[in-house]
Ligand binder design. Structure first.
Ligand code: GLC
Length: 410
């Protein structure tokens, strides 16, 4: 008897040692959806996933991942990256190319991932990430109020400003304390997304390439106009002063509580608004004025320093195949997997699918550059300084162009 038990015990030990591995990932804000996926994955594979809760803003998580990757130690096995981090992370060689695990293009196609999403996983001819969440800025508006005052959905930023102000003033006369337009005005990456949308919507471009070199494309007086537009939102009372502290969630909550005529946000809020009895029939969404939404999105990658390369990839593959529906149902995240939109559990809960797709089609990436975080930092400082009235648009435009030019010439 003992003769049989001992080998069985040894086998069980070997099995549990190899499968009691724990891998880790850092996720922002709420862990909704990710916990469920990690549990399902553990049930199927025996591999535990430690889902660590990080700060809600993309900037906070970028710093946490960067610090852990800079130490070149295990840190997080899986990186959940904002599209905008790719230049920095890939050029620092912090990520394992997808081709170490599968043939990337074949994999993306077999799993029906949208081309617009997986193209954002490419850095200098190498695919480093697998896209999970598709994102592009969109406009939320109060359908009922636009109808009440006989306005169409604004097509330009100036139009939005004028309509927002008129409706706000009329409503206030009737005792309804409402704001005109809310957006992401805090000094962080979200503000940069909003800034690119206004700038491009007005027909300008910030940075371009000339003879293979990066150059600032916008002229000082043009940038001054863009910055003046932001300042005027607060000066003229279109947006509340407090917008300088708003991230995505603050803007969503104000709009969802019926306290704003317009809001700029990402599509995740559609599901929440559509499930809110008080709001579901009152709101509409559309492509942003100027039709130049910022491309956002999130993707998974294996950290170069993970000792668990295979297990980390297994988890990524599991999320792609089994997790995207959960992420939509629990978080409102727009899946990158196209065939999921045929799924009634998704499309019945996702009104305005066409607007989301159109916005993703129109969307443009922020500047792709290894020093993007520094460029973003300069944009954040000056746009938020102008919004808060701490620096005049003219002076800010001059300094911003100078400082960005210095960074991109490095
Ligand atoms: C969204 C976008 C991301 C962007 C961030 C800014 O999460 O998907 O790309 O950087 O918002 O707050």
């Amino acid at each position: 008897m003992m003769k049989l038990i001992i080998p069985a015990l040894i086998l069980a030990l070997i099995f549990s040692l190899s499968y009691s591995k724990t891998i880790s990932i850092l996720i922002g804000g709420s862990l909704d959806g990710w916990k469920e996926i990690a549990d399902d994955f553990c049930k199927q594979t025996g591999i535990k996933v430690d889902v660590v809760q990080g700060p809600p803003s993309t900037d906070g998580r970028e710093i946490m991942y960067s610090i852990s990757l800079l130490t070149k130690t295990k840190g997080f096995d899986i990186v959940y990256l904002d599209v905008v981090w790719l230049g920095k992370f890939a050029s620092a060689s912090w990520l394992t190319p997808i081709s170490n695990f599968v043939d990337p293009l074949k994999y993306f196609k077999e799993n029906n991932l949208a081309e617009s999403s997986f193209l954002a996983s490419l850095y200098k001819d190498t695919f480093y990430t697998v896209p999970i969440k598709a994102d592009a800025g969109i406009l939320y508006y109060r359908k009922d109020l636009l109808e009440k005052y006989g306005y169409n959905v604004p097509q330009t930023w100036e139009e939005l400003k004028n309509i927002a102000l008129k409706i706000k003033e009329e409503e206030r006369k009737q005792g309804n304390i409402i704001e005109g337009f809310v957006f992401q005005g805090k000094q962080y990456e979200g503000l940069v997304c909003d800034f690119y949308e206004v700038l491009r919507g007005m027909g300008y471009e910030l940075i371009g390439q000339k003879e293979g070199k990066f150059v600032v494309k916008i002229k000082e007086d043009e940038l001054e106009k863009v910055l003046q537009f932001f300042r005027s939102l607060i000066e003229e009372g279109v947006s509340p002063q407090s917008v300088v502290n708003y991230e995505e969630e603050e803007s969503r909550i104000v709009f969802q509580q019926g306290k704003a005529v317009f809001a700029r946000n990402w599509p995740y809020a559609i599901k929440m608004l559509a499930e809110d009895e008080n709001m579901k029939d009152k709101f509409g969404v559309s492509v942003l004025p100027g039709k130049n939404p910022t491309l956002g999105g999130w993707a998974l990658a294996v950290s170069k320093y993970s000792p668990n390369q295979k297990e980390a990839w297994m988890f990524i593959d599991f999320v792609v195949k089994n997790g995207l529906k959960t992420l939509f149902l629990k978080r409102g995240d727009i899946p990158t997997k196209i065939d999921l939109f045929q799924d009634p559990a998704i499309n019945q809960k996702l009104p305005y699918y066409d607007v989301i797709m159109e916005s993703i089609d129109f969307s443009k990436p922020r500047t792709i550059h290894p020093l993007y975080p520094r460029i973003s930092n300069i944009i954040q400082i000056y746009v938020s300084g102008v919004l808060a009235g701490k620096i005049k648009p003219k002076e800010a435009a001059k300094k911003m162009i100078n400082e960005i030019q210095k960074i991109i010439s490095l």
